[in-house]
Design a protein around this ligand. Structure first.
Ligand code: F0G
Length: 458
């Protein structure tokens, strides 16, 4: 169509009211939560950009699918629909449902990762890293150098550094690298895509050393869209064809269906190796449930099967990636530096350069996230030294490489005016940036501390 405006490719069928807590109520909520935005109640938040995980709107077809869910404990019809859709998409012969992505990670790593192993990834997501470390193994991030430079416009900043992958394997020995993972898109690195050429290069290294290659596939459809837009030779392929090619390069995947499954819960583990799959199923029965439901209801399996088909529609992906870029334009126009170019599911504010007066040890990205909530009830999430800082034996901390605030866009949930509002809140905070102060941690857990840590203003 000859029009400039990209419209939401749906009309709204059911709505949920937003509550509007006052500034006093927001201040009180912050104090109660120890300045940790994970401690806020949903009704204390006006626009919730904490995550794009499980927070999207399902379609009427997904809801309709839920009504025909088969709740048979074993051999549910809904499982076979789920399996068939995923097999068609991924080509993997073994499809194991799980209640969400980290459950698939836990089962895979408990099966194939041993103490002292090293798992390379472009950038581990926090739960992925924690699940590797829980096996007493090392989670090693080897994204390309451009991936650490927020200003670089490189089109595939999620790519793995293939030379570093080879060095890692040579250094630790092939037997201590149980698998190589690539996260598409690279969430912790700014939602940046990985090119097909890079996936192919990683595949070639894995072939040379006979190491299994797995995708962390949470946002595979958004990655496929970026490949279509940015990589030579893909503009005429459909997102589904591109996604199928991505999966064909891997031996398996972990997946959180809460992202590109367009569902509120769910995930799966896919692979080609039947023996490893059998060991995973044995563990699945212990913790998740029988292998034809894996911690999900039959109706969840239906919603995911439908979601995986809808997510590959071109109108959807066009709108999806453009609406994230629209939020990026708003934030940029406030003069706030962001991770460039904008990623698929979120805008990442570069708090290190924006709040350069707050040292990393005082968590500048946490300070900014708290302020966006205080100002306008907008909830984002810190992806910086609170999440990835490493406590050192002397009581100090090694800071994370970047100090980001992620504003994640739930799928099919907010309209353009919601995002315009977020833009106004960001501008208001930007105008008094130099008054922002850092935080210190007053209580923390031994791992995944960002979920529950408590803070106090410095
Ligand atoms: N891998 C990636 C790349 C993720 O982004 C997530 C979740 C997971 C694995 C784990 O999946 O939540 O279903 O257990 N990311 C969410 C986020 C939580 O906010 O980015 P899960």
């Amino acid at each position: 169509m000859p029009y400039r405006t990209i419209i939401e490719p749906f009309r709204i069928h059911s709505v949920q009211a937003i509550e509007f807590p006052s500034l006093e109520q927001r201040e009180a909520a912050l104090e109660r939560a120890g300045y940790n935005l994970f401690g806020l109640h949903g009704n204390e938040v006006i626009i919730d950009l904490l995550t794009d995980s499980g927070t999207g709107a399902m379609s009427s077809r997904q809801w309709a699918g839920m009504m025909v869910g088969d709740e048979s404990y074993a051999g549910s019809r809904s499982y076979f629909r789920f399996r068939d859709v995923i097999e068609d998409l991924t080509g993997f012969g073994e499809i194991i449902p799980a209640h969400q992505g980290r459950a698939a990670e836990k089962i895979l790593f408990a099966t194939v990762v041993n103490e002292g192993d090293v798992v390379p990834n472009n950038t581990h997501f926090d739960t992925t890293r924690a699940n590797v470390e829980y096996q007493q193994a090392e989670a090693r991030d080897i994204v390309i150098a451009e991936g650490h430079d927020p200003a670089s416009e490189f089109p595939f900043k999620g790519n793995m550094d293939v030379a570093a992958l080879e060095r890692t394997i040579e250094e630790v020995g092939r037997d201590r690298v149980p698998l190589v993972m690539v996260t598409v898109t690279n969430n912790s690195g700014g939602g940046q895509p990985v090119s097909m050429a890079n996936l192919r290069a990683v595949r070639a290294v894995c072939d040379r050393y006979d190491i299994p290659f797995f995708l962390d596939a949470c946002r595979f459809a958004e990655n496929a869209w970026f490949i279509k837009q940015r990589e030579d030779g893909y503009s005429d392929k459909t997102p589904k064809e591109i996604a199928q090619e991505m999966f064909s390069l891997a031996d398996g995947c972990t997946m959180s269906a809460k992202k590109d499954g367009l569902s509120n819960i769910g995930g799966f583990l896919g692979m080609n190796d039947p023996e490893v799959a059998q060991q995973c199923r044995n563990l699945l029965i212990l913790t998740e449930g029988f292998p034809t439901y894996g911690g999900l209801a039959g109706y969840d399996l239906e919603a995911i099967a439908q979601g995986l088909e809808e997510v590959l529609q071109e109108e959807y992906l066009h709108y999806r990636i453009r609406s994230t870029a629209y939020l990026a334009d708003k934030v940029n126009s406030a003069g706030i530096p962001i991770m460039r170019p904008p990623g698929g599911h979120a805008v990442y504010i570069d708090a290190k350069s924006f709040l350069s007066h707050i040292p990393p040890g005082q968590y500048p990205a946490q300070a900014l996230a708290v302020e966006l909530y205080r100002e306008g009830g907008v909830r984002g999430v810190e992806i910086g030294s609170v999440m990835f800082g490493r406590p050192l034996p002397d009581g100090t901390e090694e800071p994370a490489a970047m100090e980001l605030v992620r504003l994640a866009v739930p799928r099919r949930t907010y309209t353009q005016s919601h995002i315009d509002f977020v833009g106004e809140v960001v501008i208001a905070v930007a105008q008094r940036a130099e008054t922002l102060r850092g935080y210190r941690i007053t209580a923390q857990a031994p791992w995944l501390r960002h979920f529950t840590a408590r803070f106090a203003p410095v």
